[in-house]
Design a protein around this ligand. Structure first.
Ligand SMILES: [Ca+2]
Ligand SMILES: [Ca+2]
Ligand SMILES: [Ca+2]
Ligand SMILES: [Ca+2]
Length: 361
């Protein structure tokens, strides 16, 4: 299979290690967080109709239902989007990870939240490198850095779009809440329709401007995030178009080795990258990548990441990696600065773990 030199990580850089918690401020009028002192005003002066501490402008997505606000945790059985992340009754169920054996056979492993291998979906000659959940319960995958394909839950793989003749290879895929499938190539962002029609949305020079590999999307707004190998970051939405948030500086990169990114349900954008200690998780704060956790690297490669940030003060990161005959999903609980194994293989095959996504249903 066609392998990527860029998937092996660059040497350590000299990032300053300043750990900070994700911002808690919800933008509520007056006080930060959900601790509004005027929650029970007899006269509503802040447009908070259900007195849960958040007005519609503060992000209350149902201002007539106090069990719904950005500060609530999701109740997975009440039919409401309690935490206003755009998903109803979602619950973190584990991760789906792309696995390619040493013999070149594709698999998608479904590993549950306590580290059990729930399903091994064999995709045969279809080689999943990046993946995201499709609305029908299957997946959209980057097939061998050459095509975008659909994989059904029984492993049946159907090619949608062939990029083998493109100037630059396709990388990550993401699916937005309306079902739109996006793919990022090194030089452009495109959508792929169910009939295979490819529509280019934005382009750039990957040698001088921007080199995105990772892609993720916000399940609430549908905004797509593009993650550049050197710490650049851009967003795309149909309403606002393409915009840089962090323009990468190739001569003095903010980060090294970013080959994936994820959107947390705390609203944050996260990436794994090379850090002073080895591997770090960084969160975008304004236009800066702020180190969240880091741990020593023992020649594991490559790493891609998913996030479960239902508790925004204590998000959990799930990182896929491979060392020799071992494929692993690390779990890093924010604040621990340590990686534990959610799942590790038995060491019987020199295959690779690649893309990983959180599963919420
Ligand atoms: Ca409210
Ligand atoms: Ca509410
Ligand atoms: Ca929700
Ligand atoms: Ca709910």
């Amino acid at each position: 299979m066609r392998m990527l030199v860029i998937l092996s990580l660059a040497a350590c850089n000299n990032l300053e290690a300043g750990v900070s918690l994700p911002a808690k401020d919800t933008g509520d009028t007056g006080e930060g967080g959900g601790g509004d002192t005027d929650t029970h005003d007899t006269v509503d002066t802040d447009d908070d109709q259900d007195d849960d501490g958040f007005s519609a402008a503060d992000g209350d997505c149902d201002d007539s239902e106090p069990k719904v606000s950005p500060a609530r945790e999701e109740d997975d059985d009440d039919g409401l989007d309690n935490d206003c992340d755009g998903r109803v009754d979602e619950d973190f169920k584990g991760v789906d990870v792309a696995y390619v054996t040493s013999g070149g056979e594709g698999h998608i492993y479904q590993i549950d939240h306590i580290g059990r291998l729930e399903a091994d979906v064999q995709t045969g000659d279809c080689i999943p490198i990046f993946l995201d959940a499709a609305p029908d319960g299957g997946w959209y995958v980057n097939d061998n850095l050459a095509a975008v394909s659909h994989v059904a839950t029984d492993g049946t793989c159907t090619q949608l779009a062939d990029f083998s003749e493109a100037d630059w290879p396709p990388y990550a895929v993401t699916v937005t809440p309306d079902g739109t499938l996006y793919v990022v190539l090194a030089d452009r962002l495109s959508t792929v329709a169910s009939d295979g029609t490819v529509t280019d949305l934005a382009s750039w020079d990957p040698e001088t401007e921007f080199y995105p590999i990772g892609l993720a999307s916000d399940p609430l707004t549908g905004t797509v995030g593009l993650f550049d190998y050197f710490g650049g970051f851009a967003t795309y939405s149909p309403a606002s178009g393409f915009a840089y948030v962090v323009k990468p500086d190739f001569s003095n990169p903010a980060l090294y080795g970013v080959i994936s990114g994820a959107h947390g349900d705390d609203g944050g954008w996260y990436v794994p990258a090379t850090s002073a200690a080895g591997v770090g998780i960084f969160r975008l704060e304004g236009t800066e990548w702020v180190l969240q956790d880091e741990w020593s690297d023992e020649d594991w490669s490559p790493f891609m990441m998913a996030v479960d940030a239902d508790d925004p003060d204590r998000p959990e990161f799930y990182v896929s990696a491979t060392a020799g005959a071992y494929q692993v999903i690390w779990r890093v609980i924010h604040g621990s600065n340590a990686a534990e194994h959610l799942w590790v293989s038995d060491g019987s095959d020199f295959g690779y773990f690649y893309g990983v996504v959180s599963r919420f249903y």
